[in-house]
Write a protein that binds this ligand. Structure first.
Ligand code: AMP
Ligand code: FE
Ligand code: FE
Ligand code: ZN
Length: 284
């Protein structure tokens, strides 16, 4: 595998990143990465373009996804690496997720329209065809209309879950997520599990249940994890022999996160590759 930093969490325009998979690969090369994982929300549509784009670059591509799951109103993101993209269980679940995200975005726009001049078409104009739709696309539409300075401002205001415009979308439980990813031969890694907000931060009993069901690892290095949270995750990983990753969660211009700002040790990536039976790294 290539030398250079390993960044295992990025998004392209297949979901809510602002660069196409090919542009993302170019950015990763320019950032000096050795390995990059493409982990769009609930979609593998970018895999083929990214695999083609790494050819001859010396960059290694890890094909992945960030699966939306939830516990009540809390959203829990599950990174999935090197699974079979045709595995029926996961295909069915992600199709359902993308479909429900679409209707949920429509419901949110219907609410926002009562108070702002925003049309459904304004949101569609911000997303590529077939993209996994989310609040970031509504945010971009609000920015285009002058109602917010940038995505972050939109999230802090109109799109905040307490704003009155928020709608949840359907998602499987984290336990179902872990099972589906393992069934597909992939390796499930809990994304940013120690942030300050209301997302993730599963209680210990839930974490133990996920580990029991086959959770492979935890994303320790992520800008939104607190220091105390990282310490907790390291201890958890040591006790249960979990893989530890570190990643940027790059979204192009959609977030301040920069490629390689957190990275993963080669020994930890080796464990992911070893456990995976659904797909292999693409060595460019
Ligand atoms: P959704 O899944 O549609 O509810 O939207 C959540 C997504 O929005 C996550 O994938 C984040 O990447 C993105 N997001 C959350 N907060 C922000 C923010 N402050 N600025 C930009 N993107 C954000
Ligand atoms: Fe995102
Ligand atoms: Fe996430
Ligand atoms: Zn992400």
């Amino acid at each position: 595998m290539s030398s250079g930093p390993i960044d295992l969490h990025t998004h392209s325009s297949v979901s809510d990143g602002t660069e196409t998979p090919r542009e993302l690969v170019d950015s990763a090369v320019r950032a000096g990465l050795g390995t990059v994982a493409l982990t769009d929300h609930d979609s593998t549509s970018g895999w083929a373009e990214a695999a083609e784009a790494v050819e001859g670059t010396g960059l290694t591509l890890i094909r992945g996804m960030e699966l939306s799951t939830r516990v009540g109103y809390n959203s829990v993101h599950m990174l999935a690496y090197l699974f079979d993209p045709a595995a029926p269980g996961l295909v069915r679940e992600t199709e359902r997720l993308r479909e429900d995200r679409l209707h949920r975005a429509e419901r949110m726009v219907a609410r926002i329209r009562a108070d702002y001049d925003l049309e459904w078409g304004d949101v569609l104009a911000q997303a590529t065809v077939g993209a996994t739709l989310g609040r970031p696309h509504i945010a971009d539409a609000l920015v285009a209309k002058g109602y917010a300075r940038d995505r972050s401002a939109a999230f802090a205001g109109i799109l905040h879950w307490r704003s009155g415009y928020y709608e949840p979308h359907e998602a499987p439980s984290p336990l179902t997520g872990v099972r589906l990813i393992r069934e597909a031969g992939g390796v499930p890694v809990l994304a940013h599990p120690a942030t300050r907000g209301r997302d993730a931060n599963l209680p210990m009993t839930d974490l133990l249940e996920l580990i029991e069901a086959g959770l492979g690892g935890v994303e320790v290095g992520h800008r939104e994890n607190t220091d105390a949270g990282r310490e907790f995750l390291r201890r958890l990983a040591r006790e249960h022999d979990l893989i530890m990753t570190g990643s940027s969660d790059y979204h192009g211009d959609g977030k301040p996160n920069r490629l390689g700002e957190n990275s993963t040790e080669p020994s930890q990536l080796a464990r992911i590759v070893e456990q995976a039976t659904g797909a292999a790294p693409v060595v460019g």
